[in-house]
Every structure is written in structure tokens, then in C-alpha cells.
Design a protein around this ligand. Structure first.
Ligand SMILES: [Zn+2]
Length: 278
């Protein structure tokens, strides 16, 4: 039976474990191991040695600690064989522990030019990043802002620098536009471009209006990155991770593999009032 948990179902290497063509054991490493480790942490198993990095954590390395934790999981889930390896039975037992989303983030899209936006790709990329951690990042509304010609011209290029707190300027004005977003939801503004040519997104917003902005031609994972800034807030450190596999790596990527969160980022995101328990 294919994996069904939002955490695992889109991960080819874990599907291969489920189908019996691959076994996870001491010595293997990668994103798929990271996802399994994070799931085990969420089940209450401590993994101090695998979680020392602030940039890619848990570390995705199947070593002694992961082997021991998998054995503990197997011991508490009879009749699993206690061998410290993840084959189909253990993978399915783990999958069954995460049947549905535990948290939800509502996203409201406000676009200057909706027709420009490869919207499905943008939305599915956000969904995939957060689903790996049982967070349902959900499309709550979409609206094309009907701007006057003057406004169109004015907002063609957003010529304000991206700061954390933007109570005035073009971003602030833009983020007042369109149907008001509920206070604990996140608005995602899709703009044409920013003055700073290489910038494709900005997570800054006014204190009472959680919002971010991305360009219509931003990279694949940029919207999820900017939503990440909004959820982590300005006080989370480090703001950016220096591992390219992490969602908060500062340079955007178009790769096909969803980026990851560290256990620290995830813990912080779960405390956000914008990320509700469901
Ligand atoms: Zn950033």
C-alpha cells in the first residue's frame, strides 16, 4: 500500500522503502533520512546528536543514534522486528502515525497581474514544503487587485528596500490593498518586480498585517521561503540558513526537490499564532 502521510507520500526514496526495493540502515544518508528523523523526533524520541546544526537538522545521517531510536520505535510498536533498520513494515508503521495534518496556515493571494502567475506551481511548491512537517499550507483566497491606471504604473516596480517592519512606503501601501485578510492568516502579494533587481521576494510587513511579497517570476521555492520568514518572525536566528537544502537558504533555487526546515525552525513555526493546531 502506498504511503499516505503528507510527510512521506511524495518522497520517492521512502516510497521505495515501502515497496521493498530499498532499506534504510546504518550508513545511508539524505533528505529522506531527515524526514524520518524529524518524524521520530515528533513522536517524542530525542535525537541530540543528529540535531546540532542550525542549518540542516536533523542531519539526515543514519548512524548509531538513528539506529537506536528506530529500535526504540520498533520496540514500542510490536510486532515490528527490532533491528534498527527501516524496511516496509517499519515504514508503514511510521506512516500510520502521521495520517493527517496537525497544523494549518491560511494563505491569501493578492495579485497585481494574476494572468502572469504560474499559480499552480507556486501553490503546490508551498504545500509540498510544509506538508513534509504535517503543516497544511492552504490556499484560502485569491484576488486580482483591480488597480487604477495610476496605481498600475506606480506599483509596476516596488522601489522600496525589503525591511522587517514596513509601516510606510510602497510595500505598506500595497499590503493594504484588496480584501482584508483575517489577522491570523498570511497575505502573499504577487508583484511584477522589485527595484533591487536580484530580489525575488520580501517577508517584511506591517506589525498587524502578516504578509509577504514575491515577484510573478520568482523561483520555485521563493513563496515558501517568504512565508517562512513571516512564520519565523524577525526574532528567529539565524534568519537564513547556510545549507542549500534548507528553505531559508538566502539564494533561491528552482530544483525539483522540496527544501527542508530544521527542527528549530519547525518548533518556532509551530508556536506562531499564524500556524494553528488542527
Ligand atoms: Zn530570505
Amino acid at each position: 500500500m502506498p504511503l499516505s502521510s503528507p510527510r512521506f507520500k511524495d518522497e520517492p526514496a521512502l516510497q521505495a522503502v515501502d515497496s521493498g526495493s530499498r532499506v534504510l540502515r546504518d550508513g545511508v544518508s539524505g533528505r529522506h533520512v531527515h524526514l524520518v528523523q524529524m518524524a521520530l523526533i515528533d513522536l517524542g524520541f530525542a535525537m541530540p546528536r543528529s540535531t546540532t546544526s542550525t542549518h540542516f537538522s536533523p542531519d539526515g545521517i543514519y548512524g548509531r543514534e538513528t539506529t537506536d531510536v528506530v529500535k526504540a520505535f520498533q520496540r514500542s510498536n510490536p510486532p515490528l522486528t527490532v533491528d534498527g533498520q527501516i524496511g516496509p513494515q517499519t515504514m508503514r508503521a511510521l506512516d500510520a502515525r502521521f495520517p493527517r495534518f496537525t497544523h494549518r496556515v491560511n494563505l491569501h493571494f493578492r495579485s497585481l497581474s494574476l494572468s502572469d502567475v504560474p499559480f499552480n506551481r507556486m501553490m503546490s511548491s508551498i504545500e509540498r514544503v510544509y506538508a513534509q512537517y504535517s503543516i497544511d499550507a492552504r490556499f484560502a483566497s485569491g484576488e486580482s487587485l483591480s488597480l487604477s491606471e495610476d496605481e498600475q504604473n506606480r506599483f509596476t516596480v516596488i522601489d522600496q528596500n525589503c525591511d522587517w517592519s514596513m509601516e510606510s512606503g510602497e510595500f505598506a501601501e500595497l499590503e493594504q490593498m484588496g480584501t482584508r485578510v483575517p489577522p491570523h492568516d498570511v497575505a502573499v502579494y504577487i508583484v511584477n518586480r522589485f527595484q533591487e533587481g536580484d530580489v525575488l521576494g520580501c517577508g517584511g510587513h506591517a506589525a498587524t498585517r502578516p504578509a509577504c511579497a514575491v515577484t510573478h517570476d520568482c523561483s520555485r521555492w521563493d513563496p515558501a521561503h517568504e512565508v517562512g520568514h513571516v512564520l519565523l518572525t524577525s526574532t528567529f536566528s539565524p534568519v537564513h540558513a547556510n545549507d542549500q537544502r534548507n528553505l531559508m537558504f538566502p539564494t533561491s533555487s528552482n530544483g525539483g526537490t522540496p527544501l527542508t526546515l530544521t527542527d528549530k525552525q519547525l518548533a518556532r513555526i509551530r508556536t506562531s499564532p499564524l500556524c494553528r493546531t488542527i
